[in-house]
Design a binder for this molecule. Structure first.
Ligand code: ZN
Length: 136
């Protein structure tokens, strides 16, 4: 089995934002030469996350962020963390720091409407995305 590590940066523009990074992931998988295996998309941050969801209708992303803001508002009585970004830490833990996508016949096994998103919850910032591509 071959293992390839890659890394790229994402510059976010707003406090809460979901950025489609599927094309970057696809490009690194293609360059790796691995035709069957998987790729782990990992984000080494405590106020951001990775998720897979729909990229066909941008309203879906809007509605996810709207729902997150309602569930976990930026300001809330009771928060103790002095940085003032407790909502971002909560969202990061809810979404998780990674996703795994299977690779079959040199392609990502994503559904027709699925895309991989970097999720910013405390931007704007310059963020890292780490990939581990494994297989043969
Ligand atoms: Zn914090």
């Amino acid at each position: 089995m071959k293992i390839v590590h890659e890394e790229f940066r994402v510059n976010t523009q707003s406090r809460n934002q979901m950025i489609d990074i599927t094309s970057q992931v696809r490009s690194f998988v293609s360059q790796s030469g691995i035709s069957d295996g998987d790729v782990i998309v990992y984000c080494p941050h405590t106020t951001a996350g990775i998720t897979i969801n729909e990229n066909a209708d941008p309203s879906v992303i809007h509605d996810i962020l709207l729902t997150m803001e309602e569930l976990m508002p930026h300001r809330r009585p009771g928060y103790r963390h002095s940085e003032g970004n407790s909502d971002a830490h909560c969202k990061s833990s809810l979404f998780g720091c990674s996703e795994q996508v299977l690779i079959k016949d040199k392609s990502l096994s994503l559904g027709t409407w699925q895309a991989v998103f970097f999720c910013e919850f405390d931007g704007p910032r310059s963020r890292r995305v780490v990939l581990q591509i494994r297989g043969e």
